[in-house]
Design a protein around this ligand. Structure first.
Ligand SMILES: [Zn+2]
Ligand SMILES: [Zn+2]
Ligand SMILES: [Zn+2]
Length: 333
């Protein structure tokens, strides 16, 4: 049963989720053999190998938990956050709380071999439509204060299954990095009278040296203080605080630029492991009009060492200007 523990020196929260160690690949230094395609729990025909689906885009004449789906959402079998957890009593010295919340898996496609970079824009659009749907559904959960959607692609990035999927974490608190962004955005809005992300977009488009690609609705840029080599942010041009506000028309545009940059990673680094995640306003009922949602992504080309782990200060060996030139040349968006 997962629980949250707080470090009383730094105030940082940690999720202790020992069941997740039951996943076959954890703690294994040796690269575990991929399951044979026939054993994959995300393949059509294997719906009984996962918990019951909570949502799906499927053909009209098909039943839940049977083949015929295009995108399928199931609770995570080894959740980091779960409803109704009860933990031992908290104390001043050992603060702890239940890891209440939710943890879902969004299976992108019935096709074991496809990835976001090799799907059609229409297929990626369906996945992003499901993101919006699950974001809205989970924000109704009173235990959930922040929703974090991620993709880990490739074993080295943390994926425990090869079959293309996203994860949605419904977190009962606002994580530290998100709080930092909220504090910075709020300060900028109060003192400068505008959204800091809208300002970044305007200045970056003027400067032009860190732009990776553009569509009508989105800008892909290598951020000025990139923490990782070839880090890219996808920022909607329209000021919106959270992902659930995206319109139908913009979903396809979002799919196009996401697939475009992932295609570049695939082409330039030979299908590298990568991570992406979406930063969006908390869903705790407070006002976050000053915030501006976005997606952050990077290929997993380096490993964090003692300096980075001990200081939270990254050493990036590639300039974002180089990254933008290298990734952006010829990006078809
Ligand atoms: Zn599969
Ligand atoms: Zn903005
Ligand atoms: Zn962010």
């Amino acid at each position: 049963m997962p629980e949250l523990r707080q470090d009383i020196v730094t105030g940082s929260w940690v999720v202790i989720a020992t069941d997740r160690a039951l996943r076959p690949t954890d703690f294994s230094k040796v690269r575990a053999a991929e399951p044979e395609t026939g054993d994959c729990p995300f393949d059509p025909g294997h719906e009984t190998m996962t918990p019951l689906e909570v949502a799906a885009i499927r053909h009209d004449d098909t039943e839940p938990n049977s083949p015929g789906w295009q995108v399928r959402v199931v609770p995570n079998k080894f959740p980091a956050f779960e409803a109704g957890e009860r933990v031992e009593e908290s104390s001043a010295m050992f603060p702890r709380r239940a890891a209440d919340g939710s943890h879902e898996v969004i299976i992108h496609t019935p096709d074991h071999e496809k990835s976001l970079a090799t799907m059609t824009v229409e297929e990626v659009t369906l996945i992003l439509r499901v993101y919006r749907h699950r974001y809205r559904a989970n924000s109704e959960n009173p235990d959930v204060r922040y929703i974090h959607i991620i993709v880990n692609h490739g074993r080295e990035s943390g994926a425990s299954l090869e079959h293309s999927h996203s994860q949605l974490f419904g977190v009962p608190l606002v994580p530290a990095l998100v709080q930092q962004e909220l504090a910075g955005a709020s300060w900028h809005h109060k003192s400068k009278g505008e959204c800091v992300f809208c300002r970044i977009l305007r200045e970056e488009l003027d400067a032009g040296v860190r732009i990776v690609g553009e569509t009508d609705g989105f800008v892909a840029l290598a951020p000025f203080a990139s923490r990782m080599p070839f880090e890219v942010w996808l920022v909607p041009r329209l000021h919106q605080e959270s992902l659930d506000m995206i319109s139908d028309g913009r979903l396809e545009d979002f799919a196009q630029i996401l697939k475009g940059v992932l295609g570049r990673y695939r082409e330039k680094f030979d299908d590298p492991p990568y991570n992406y995640y979406i930063h969006s306003a908390p869903c705790d009922g407070l006002n976050y009009e000053y915030y501006h949602w976005h997606l952050e992504m990077f290929p997993k080309l380096t490993t964090l060492g003692g300096f980075e782990l001990g200081t939270s200060m990254m050493i990036n060996v590639t300039t974002p200007e180089h990254a933008a030139a290298f990734l952006g040349s010829g990006l078809e968006t």
